[in-house]
Design a protein around this ligand. Structure first.
Ligand SMILES: Cc1cc2nc3c(=O)[nH]c(=O)nc-3n(C[C@H](O)[C@H](O)[C@H](O)COP(=O)(O)O)c2cc1C
Length: 306
């Protein structure tokens, strides 16, 4: 049985719905000898800011039960370094290139979005709104629907390419955030980013990471991510969803499709197995054929609820 994995969603055509999640796959070149990059649906780059950043002090990563905590601090090469040193390889890698970006101020977001939008070889932008808004006392930009709406609207004005917004799960109302993005003209949603957490070393009585708090990722967060994807879908928010959170295999990906995602992104699992995303593409085709599903699009939002 031939299985169709192609999907057109969020303003782009993908050869399959498996993408790599930002910050877990570098700028793709790091993985070229470990997986077939051309077989992936898409690659989402490390978050890019207008200027290079060196990130947070170490230790900035630690393992937790069924997951990991990180506070890398958005270390990256900046827009210029990205264009000069990273984009030429990405342009030729054979899969879709989505560039994740952010700023520390409103103006930095708009500036970064506008500059990345002009680059040939960038297929779409994914905006990370889980950054502290210094002016608002360090609260994440993406936690207040009004601030988020204004930020997305301002970026939308300068970004012609497809613009996806990556939502923060550090909220009590994910649907309000999703609606704000739809109102402001976004093309897609990526759900979810990491969940704020902490880990303590009982022996030394110190936090395990230097910044005390970090972002929790991995299988531990999958039920929360599925819940949020489903809530946004059920609320009828008119934007396609890229599901993210703890995906380890094709079955996990299928669960996200059923909840309402039309693509998925694989994150922490890339650290466990650098060929994880490629493996999921291969597994997905086999799994769907075995289940008699001829088109992956049949699964999107097909959850049977009581
Ligand atoms: C080490 C690390 C770095 C990350 N960097 C970024 C980033 O730069 N921008 C972003 O939007 N998300 C970033 N994320 C979040 C992931 O893209 C993803 O949303 C999250 O890890 C949940 O997926 P997972 O459970 O499959 O890892 C990062 C995650 C990790 C573990």
């Amino acid at each position: 049985m031939t299985v169709r994995l192609e999907i057109e969603t969020g303003g782009l055509k993908f050869q399959n719905p498996i993408l790599t999640a930002s910050g877990t796959f570098g700028y793709a070149k790091e993985f070229q000898s470990l997986t077939d990059l051309g077989a992936l649906g898409g690659v989402v780059t490390k978050g890019i800011s207008p200027k290079p950043r060196f990130g947070n002090p170490t230790p900035r990563i630690c393992e937790t039960a069924s997951g990991m905590l990180n506070s890398i601090g958005l270390e990256n090469v900046g827009v210029e370094g990205f264009e000069r040193d990273k984009l030429p390889f990405l342009r030729a890698c054979g899969s879709r290139v989505l560039v994740n970006f952010f700023g520390s101020t409103f103006d930095e977001y708009v500036d970064c979005g506008a500059r990345l939008d002009r680059l040939d070889g960038v297929d779409a932008l994914e905006m990370n709104v889980s950054c502290p808004n210094i002016k608002a006392g360090g609260i994440e930009f993406g936690t207040d629907p009004r601030v988020l709406r204004d930020l997305v609207r301002a970026c939308r004005e300068v970004v012609k390419k497809p613009l996806w917004i990556k939502l923060t799960p550090n909220t009590s109302d994910i649907v309000a955030l999703a609606k704000a993005c739809a109102d402001a003209g976004a093309d897609g949603l990526s759900i979810i980013n990491t969940i704020t957490g902490m880990a303590i070393d009982a022996r030394t009585r110190k936090p395990k990471i230097a910044t005390i708090f970090g972002g929790l990722s991995g299988p531990a967060i999958k039920p929360i991510a599925l819940r949020m994807v489903f809530q946004v879908r059920r609320a009828g928010v008119p934007l396609p969803i890229s599901g993210i959170g703890g995906i380890q295999d094709a079955t996990d990906a299928i669960e996200f499709f059923l909840a309402g995602a039309s693509t998925v992104q694989v994150g922490t699992q890339n650290f466990v197995d650098p060929d994880a995303s490629g493996g999921i593409v291969r597994q997905l085709a086999e799994r769907l054929a075995a289940d008699g599903v001829s088109d992956v699009r049949e699964l999107v939002g097909a959850l049977k609820t009581p």
